[in-house]
Design a protein around this ligand. Sequence first.
Ligand SMILES: *[C@@H]1O[C@H](CO)[C@@H](O)[C@H](O)[C@H]1NC(C)=O
Ligand SMILES: *[C@@H]1O[C@H](CO)[C@@H](O)[C@H](O)[C@H]1NC(C)=O
Ligand SMILES: *[C@@H]1O[C@H](CO)[C@@H](O)[C@H](O)[C@H]1NC(C)=O
Ligand SMILES: *[C@@H]1O[C@H](CO)[C@@H](O)[C@H](O)[C@H]1NC(C)=O
Length: 956
Amino acid sequence: MAMMGTGSSPIRLLLLLFSGFLYHETIKLGSCNDNVDVGCIDIERQALLKLKEGLRDPSNRLSSWVGKDCCTWSGVICSNRTKHVVKLDLHNADEYSSLGGEINPSLLHLKHLNYLDLSKNDFGGNRIPEFIGSLKKLRYLNLSLASFGSEIPIHLGNLSSLRYLDLTAYYLYSDLYVNNLQWLSGLSNLEQLKLGGVNLSRVVDWLQDVNFLPSLLELHLPYCGLPNLPLFLPVVNFTSLMVLDLSENYFNSSIPHWMFDISSLTYLDLRSNYLRGHIPDAFANMISLKHLDFSYNFYIKGVIPRTLRNLCKLQKLNLVNNHITGGISEFLNGLSECTNSSLEKLDFTSNELSGNLPESLGHLINLRYLHLSLNSFWGSIPASIGNLWSLKELDLHYNGMNGTIPKSMGQLSELILLDLSENQWEGVISEDHFANLTRLELLKLSTSPTKSLVMDVRSEWIPLFRLNYIEMRNIQLGPTFPGWLQTQKELTSLVLNNMGILDTVPDWFWRLSLQFTDLDLSDNQIRGRLPDSAKFHFLPSNLGSLRLRNNSFSGQIPHNIHEMMPNLWRLDLSENFLNGSIPSSVFNMKRLFILVLSNNRISGELPQTWEILAELEVLHLANNNLHGKLPPFLNNCTSLLILDLGDNKLYGNLPTWIGERSPQLKILRLRSNLFSGTIPRQLCRYSDIHILDLAHNDLSGLIPSCLSNLSGMIGRISYHSSSIISSQYVMVGTKGRELEYSNTLPLVDSIDLSSNNLSGEIPEGINILSGLGILNLSKNHLTGKIPEKIGSLRWLETLDLSRNQLSGMIPQSMSSLTSLNHLNLSYNNLSGRIPSGNQLQTLNDLSIYFGNPKLCGPPITKNCPGDATSEGPVPVGNDEDVDDDGFEMVWFYVSMGPGFVVGFWGVCGTLLLKKSWRIAYFQFISDMKDRLFVLIAVNMAHLRRKIELKRNQCPK
Ligand SMILES: *[C@@H]1O[C@H](CO)[C@@H](O)[C@H](O)[C@H]1NC(C)=O
Ligand SMILES: *[C@@H]1O[C@H](CO)[C@@H](O)[C@H](O)[C@H]1NC(C)=O
Ligand SMILES: *[C@@H]1O[C@H](CO)[C@@H](O)[C@H](O)[C@H]1NC(C)=O
Ligand SMILES: *[C@@H]1O[C@H](CO)[C@@H](O)[C@H](O)[C@H]1NC(C)=O
């Protein structure tokens, strides 16, 4: 204003006259600063002081609220002209300086307030004061994330000047709600409405209420518990709407068309609902759209709509986790015709997309994030990928990419993340492929073991990248140990699994690995000794997980391993040629909870005291030369889930403390040892056990009748729900014939007590264990009858009672064992007619019944008394199935990540493996169709191939 002009005394005089003496004490005559500072209006100052009084201010944010001129107080902004407080901005910038307490109605004295921001404070669940609705001048009101609670007062509907209303509440924690939104109709000037996290589930017709806001530009209603998204809106009132965020509600309808009529929309977010059906092909008018998100609806299906390809302004398209089918060629071809495609992020992760990636991909030169993982794309990466010079992330993992990777990939100088794992790549990867990947930090690359992908780089190659994560599997990288790793000084995680390395580990590598938290060199043919303290110079390493399984390491486990790797939580040295005994230092690793030393030549006695390993969850020492008794320290391992000491020379009685302190044990495998004595009743305390294998020992006495207490084997639910993080499961299958597992059979429960000296009868109560999939009691001295109710074991797949002295009739109930596919009752004293019907009809292998001379009726030729003569095949005593090697077992260690439903047997489930024992971990082998996550370790390549073969044979 001119009257404030510098050095114009007459005007100053005029002002004096105008203002009279009202403000005379605040007027500074003749000051250098010619501003006439009138301070603030006293009544407003008083009001602010009252407000301050009511507020809790532990961090003293309002310390500047003293003195006369309230316009200088922090957060208070006055009009330059009238000196009225027009703006109050008390939002909290960090979590430590929250205001709280009460908002005094004195605020109403700020009659000119048009801006009020109290966001991110903590009002402890108090209700938003009704009087805020009387601050008539308010244009901006932000009460978001300020821990207001209970019902939002409808009085806010009186704020007819309001342009901006933000009441966003903390998701999950808020109890802010409204019962209706009719009051919105009073806010006819509203441009932005943000009610995220406010519970709107009781609002009957939220859309109609919002439709009273013709000026609306932004509507944010995420996580509001909205139950339905109206399919019809005859007249769309908010024709200027630019932002529509309805994510994270409970919409389960199809996607309505009305929103596609709003041509001004730039941002449409319907993420995380339960929308179903197709995405309407109605984008023709939505030429302004920049951001489109339909991700995590799970039920959206159909192809990518045609009209989407014309949206040249599109920057982000997110369709993650739906059932979108078809290809992406037309879509990308269309976008590439834009003079300048704006697309920065394309995320189609986890859909059912298939087909080739087209060359036109290379036209999307602004692309930064390309996520196409968990689909069924095939073919090669187009060479044009090299044009995507902005690309930061390329994720193609878990597809059917069966072509090659182009050298042009090496031009992606902005690339940080490259995940090409779990595909069917072929061809060669050369230094050119990485030529300019200077920013790369994460590299994941793997192909199926049946394919040939060669990584052809010189040992003296000096790559430009500094990776911190490498995970490569099934690539021909060897035979020499990759020398270029020497340059990777920032690596924290290295997985080189089945890479054809046929070499010793160079000394520099062990020094490098001091930085690692995860090292996995499994499934190579690396020879030599494990690093000893000399190489490590006693520098403790960060290593948390060390897996060297299935190599040719020899020598002993270093005696001071606990000093070298004090942080180890997983140690897997299985399937090597390690000898010597288990050094006591292993028992001093405080964090260890997975110890796998199986399939080595480790000898000696198991240590008897082992206090420190009380956290142990998984202990595999199977197939070594260990001897001695079961050490009492096992009783202290209260977290134990898997105990596998099979195939050793352990002896003595099974102790009565067994089961006392680790009731959550899932798997107990003591098979093929020299244990003697009786099976203690205390074993039944393992109420959550799923695999109990005591076969091939020297156990005698009765089978404890309390076995029916093993409630883990009752039903099939408990196994499912026990999703113990990063734990492992062992699964057993017997040979005989191929086991056919249906997709619905998740995991198999098993009891194997075969090849002992057990006597007495089969406990009647065993029929309670309704989840049992495998029951093998063969090669004992069991007498009496087969339990009458055995037919209630409805999931039983394998039943072997052969080579006992069982007598009596075969119970008719056995015909209701509809899952049964391997049955052996041979060499007993069974008599009478063989029951028939259902599944038993299909098991017509005569050897099932061989060696029971008193049996009669089909399928064997001997007629029962009174039957007419028939001409069937003559039984032949073929003993092939019961070779002395015992039963071939397949052990699968199935790892369950949080939230994953693991269904190994769902991998079509037909398995037949030769050789005695296989120990297998499954490592994210995934069935393209069923998306199962399965882990394999020892003999992985071999097993994988087997499973792959079997899978390909599955009837589709
Ligand atoms: C008041 O004047 C100052 C300094 O000229 C300026 O920065 C500020 O934006 C003005 N405030 C208002 C509310 O107009
Ligand atoms: C559109 O908004 C105006 C102004 O709030 C209102 O009078 C009218 O009823 C609204 N129309 C519909 C169809 O809701
Ligand atoms: C790649 O996979 C697709 C789809 O399964 C198939 O049609 C094509 O023949 C395969 N190509 C090669 C080279 O194996
Ligand atoms: C790598 O980048 C440099 C500089 O940007 C460029 O001159 C060179 O041609 C690039 N090489 C490859 C193989 O892309």
